[in-house]
Design a protein around this ligand. Sequence first.
Ligand SMILES: [Zn+2]
Ligand SMILES: [Zn+2]
Length: 332
Amino acid sequence: MALVEITYENSNNVTEDRMCECGVYGRNSPLDKASGFVTLPTGDPKGCGPDPVYNRNSSSPPWIAMVKRGNCTFSEKINAAKRLGAAAVVVYNVDGSGNSTTHMAHPEADGIVAIMIGNSQGMEVVKLVKNGTDVFMFIDVGSAHGPWMDTYWLYFLSIAFFIVTAASIAYFVFISANRLYNLSMHRRTERRLKSEAKKAIGRLQVRTLKRGDEEITCDSYMCAVCIESYKAGDVVTVLTCDHIFHKSCIEPWLLERRTCPMCKCDILKALGIEEETKEEISAQSPPEVTVITVAGADNMYEVPLTETVSPDPERHRYDNRAFEADSVAARG
Ligand SMILES: [Zn+2]
Ligand SMILES: [Zn+2]
């Protein structure tokens, strides 16, 4: 923006001084101060053509050419005035445009201060000059709007962009870290459950079937994992629920699922192995884990299931204790 100050003597011989920040420096104008008496072209107010004549009603050298927008390029107007020795060129906007201005482009006319002002401000000065008043104009660089505003906005936007980017990166890092943490927790739980299953398998009863055993003679007995009947010499594992399976069939199954394929009986619980670590497991496998482990198959679902059942034996135990206490009291 350009600061425009005009000074003149009004009809009562009183000096009037008015200032507005209503000018806009042209794109190719130096952002500089300029001053002089406002001078209008004698003929066409637009100051076009190779040799417009300026009505210099003051003999003092510094003068500012004041021309109306239109008819020819800004460059042409500015160059013509520059050739005639103007200190600066002020272009005012076309009639009916009020206070609006544009950021003039005048690539062929640089090296001279050229600003644009609104039509209403321009006409005011034109009227004074036409009445024979000597109007002295002073042009200065105003507050930093225009190009300065652009850099300010650019600065502001880049900071905003940086903050948004940083926030989203932080969010994704947090989410990924959380997922990784849950995943590793889940793996650790899996590993422990597997080692517990191994422990449980070691405690299960293993038999080698002999000819004449009930499992061989009766057709209703078959291994539910491989769906084959038993033969003499087959090594079978007897689960805590008394269901029997081929040892080679049931062991991989138990490592993965820890339950009887027939009755869903939990062998870890039945053998009392799970009791030792149950609290840790429930603390370390929040509900989200089951959502994440898409590839982890069904077994994760069985952990919370067995967990929800687990309070029951506890209650039974308390009931029993209470009952025992009662019976002791009754006896005593
Ligand atoms: Zn089998
Ligand atoms: Zn069973």
